[in-house]
Design a protein around this ligand. Structure first.
Ligand SMILES: CC/C=C\C/C=C\CCCC/C=C/C(=O)SCCNC(=O)CCNC(=O)[C@H](O)C(C)(C)COP(=O)(O)OP(=O)(O)OC[C@H]1O[C@@H](n2cnc3c(N)ncnc32)[C@H](O)[C@@H]1OP(=O)(O)O
Length: 304
């Protein structure tokens, strides 16, 4: 199988549409003192992601808007990488807050339909996109905060784990965790490494083997999320935490972050193609395909 970096081509082909210069997402207008002109703000969107950068604070809001469940499809991952790269290269941006525009769901994780009934070439392209998303997010120089306003299983949890800080809505109906084992699949070593770096080895080992999903209050108890807030306070809290992190000099914070994460990032970079081949051979096994089909059927049945 050829090791073609097709995500790079997809990124080049894909357009990022500029929005208006004075967007209203996240209630900027409401925060602005009356009589003053709005602080400079830039926004852009694509089909699945909305971004608003407030130039005065250096903080961007990235909202996932891929209903019904913000699953991480190939298109979503491509658009995510494009948006993150734009912000990373923008000197006006120092921090990003990630949240969902879909009620009750932060992200349902990797799109299972991308891993089921497709060709080996497709699995390889999809997995490179998943790797790319994680390398960019975990390795970001910006301060990254996950404002987890809904359930966040598996790949959705990975997105949150890859950020510098996690704030979750206190609703016990919202759950988070790496539940891959419940689907009959296995979280790869770099999901595991990211998880271990947040919660420690013992909790990660038990949670991964059991494929545990934790209601928000449980997740707080062992540090899977850093704090809980009522839904209406989430934005305010995320902004306050961001301000705290941005009060430090960028170079000191960035070098420290890189020191803490480098070994884990380097491990995937060094074994990237091998990891793609492992994924493709694992996911294309008939027994694994059968597990995924059964899981999708179970999701559908749960509705009826
Ligand atoms: C040796 C190892 C080597 C290499 C590695 C090998 C393997 C690789 C491992 C890959 C790692 C995988 C990571 C993942 O992220 S897998 C995805 C895990 N996700 C889940 O388990 C979540 C499943 N979804 C849910 O639990 C619920 O949908 C959710 C999110 C709680 C929302 O519930 P609700 O609001 O009731 O909505 P519905 O369940 O009715 O869902 C609506 C609609 O969306 C479809 N859907 C849900 N989740 C996904 C998904 N992840 N991918 C694709 N589609 C999804 C669902 O089926 C419904 O569809 P419908 O057509 O019926 O409307």
């Amino acid at each position: 199988m050829a090791a073609v970096p097709t995500l790079a081509r997809r990124i080049a082909r894909s357009g990022v549409r500029p929005l208006c210069r004075w967007p209203l997402a996240w209630g900027r207008a409401a925060r602005q003192p009356p009589g003053l002109p709005l602080a400079p703000c830039r926004a852009f969107s694509n089909n699945k992601i909305l971004v608003e950068l407030d130039e005065s604070s250096g903080v961007a809001m990235m909202k996932f808007k891929s209903p019904p469940v913000n699953s991480l499809s190939l298109d979503f991952l491509t658009e995510f990488c494009i948006s993150l790269e734009k912000l990373e290269n923008d000197r006006a941006c120092r921090g990003v807050i990630f949240a969902s525009a879909v009620p009750r769901i932060f992200s349902s994780g990797l799109d299972i339909t991308e891993m089921s009934g497709k060709s080996m070439e497709h699995y390889a392209e999809f997995w490179r996109a998943v790797q790319e998303m994680w390398l960019r997010l975990y390795g970001s120089n910006m301060v990254t905060i996950a404002a987890v306003n809904g359930s966040s299983p598996a790949g959705g949890c990975l997105v949150a784990l890859s950020c510098d800080y996690r704030i979750m809505v206190e609703n016990p109906k919202f759950s988070i965790g790496l539940n891959e084992a419940q689907l009959g699949i296995v979280a790869p070593f770099w999901f595991k490494d990211t998880f271990v770096n947040v919660v420690g080895h013992r909790i990660a080992e038990r949670s991964l083997q059991l494929g545990s999903l934790y209601p928000a209050p449980e997740a707080l108890k062992f540090g899977l999320v850093d704090e809980l807030v009522p839904e209406e306070k989430l934005q305010e809290k995320a902004m306050a935490v961001m301000a705290q992190w941005l009060a430090l000099p960028d170079h000191a914070r960035q070098l420290t972050k890189s020191m803490m994460r480098k070994a884990v990032l380097d491990r995937l970079v060094a074994h990237r193609e091998e990891d793609v081949q492992n994924f493709v051979s694992f996911i294309s096994k008939e027994s694994i395909q059968k597990s995924l089909r059964m899981y999708m059927e179970m999701l559908k049945k749960k509705k009826s």
